[in-house]
Design a protein around this ligand. Structure first.
Ligand code: SAM
Length: 254
C-alpha cells in the first residue's frame, strides 16, 4: 500500500484487530439481507439508492466481508471491492468462495485508490470507508474515479447523532454535546471517524463536480431489529435521523 495517513493506519490496525469479533456479532444480520442500508438493514429494494447495477462498473469503498459486493455481482455488476484491512479481505475471499463469485479485491486506502481515472459508474459504501477517511481526500478521489454521470452513494452517521453523542456515558441522548461547526474528525483510543456539517458536504461535492440527487435520512420501522445495539436506541432513531445516505452524481470534471 502507498503511504497511509496517520488516521488510515490507526483505522487499519483497529479493523484488523476487531474484524473477527465484528463478523461474529454482525454476520447473521449482514448475511440475511446483504443489500440493505444502515444498522437497521433498510432494504435497497425499498430505497433504490443504486438502482439497476447490471453491466455497470461498481466500486465499494470499505467492502469488509464483501456481502454487498457479492450480491451486486450476482445482479450483473462488474464489481471491485476495496478495503484497507487484510483481515476483512480474508473474510471477503471466504464469502466469495462460498458464493462461487469472483471479482477483484483491492487492498488499499480509499484516500488513495490505485485504480484508473474514469473507470466506474457507481462508487458506494454502507458505513464503509467514507466514515473512516477524510472527505477532503475521498470526494476528489471519487470524482477522479467516476465517469461523467456516475453515482457516489454512501451511508454514515448523521451530524445530529454525532452532536448528541454523550462521550462520558458512551451513548447517544437527547442533548447537544458538541459544537456543530467544529465537527470534522473525531478520535477515540481505537479509531478515527469523519463527518462534516451539511453545508460543508454540499460545498465539497459541488467543488468536485458533483450535483446532489438526494439526502436520505433513514428512519427504521418501529419493529426493526439490529445487532448494532450500541449505535442508538430505536426510539431515538425514530425521533431523529441517526443515519443518512448521500446520493450525488458527477456532472463534470472538477
Ligand atoms: C463498518 S465496516 C463496513 C463494511 C461492510 N459495509 C459491512 O457492513 O460489513 C467499515 C469498513 O471500512 C474499512 N475501512 C476503514 N478505513 C478504510 C480506508 N481508509 N480505506 C478503505 N477501507 C477502510 C474497514 O476495514 C471496514 O471493513
Amino acid at each position: 500500500m502507498d503511504a497511509l495517513t496517520d488516521h488510515a493506519r490507526k483505522n487499519l490496525e483497529h479493523w484488523d484487530r476487531q474484524s473477527d469479533d465484528y463478523e461474529a456479532r454482525h454476520s447473521e444480520q449482514l448475511t440475511q439481507n446483504p443489500m440493505a442500508w444502515g444498522c437497521w438493514s433498510v432494504p435497497e429494494s425499498q430505497l433504490q439508492v443504486l438502482g439497476d447495477v447490471g453491466g455497470k462498473d461498481v466500486l465499494e469503498l470499505g467492502c469488509g466481508a464483501a456481502r454487498w459486493a457479492i450480491a451486486l455481482a450476482k445482479r450483473g455488476a462488474r464489481v471491485v471491492g476495496l478495503d484497507i484491512s487484510a483481515r476483512q479481505l480474508e473474510h471477503a475471499r471466504r464469502n466469495m468462495r462460498d458464493a462461487c463469485v469472483d471479482f477483484p479485491l483491492v487492498h488499499a486506502s480509499a484516500e488513495a485508490v490505485p485504480l484508473a481515472d474514469a473507470s466506474f459508474d457507481i462508487i458506494f459504501c454502507d458505513h464503509g470507508a467514507m466514515t473512516y477517511c477524510d472527505p477532503y481526500c475521498t470526494v476528489p478521489e471519487a470524482g477522479r474515479l467516476l465517469r461523467r454521470g456516475g453515482l457516489l452513494a454512501f451511508s454514515a452517521a448523521t451530524p445530529i447523532l454525532n452532536l448528541c453523542w454523550n462521550e462520558s456515558e458512551d451513548h447517544v441522548d437527547d442533548h447537544l454535546h458538541a459544537n456543530y461547526f467544529d465537527q470534522r474528525r473525531s478520535e477515540d483510543a481505537s479509531s478515527v471517524n469523519f463527518s462534516l456539517p451539511y453545508g460543508e458536504w454540499i460545498a465539497l461535492f459541488r467543488r468536485n463536480g458533483f450535483t446532489i440527487e438526494d439526502l436520505i435520512e433513514l428512519r427504521p420501522p418501529h419493529d426493526a431489529q439490529t445487532s448494532y445495539t450500541d449505535y442508538a436506541p430505536i426510539a431515538w432513531a425514530r425521533a431523529w435521523p441517526a443515519e443518512q445516505i448521500w446520493r450525488v452524481k458527477k456532472l463534470r470534471d472538477s
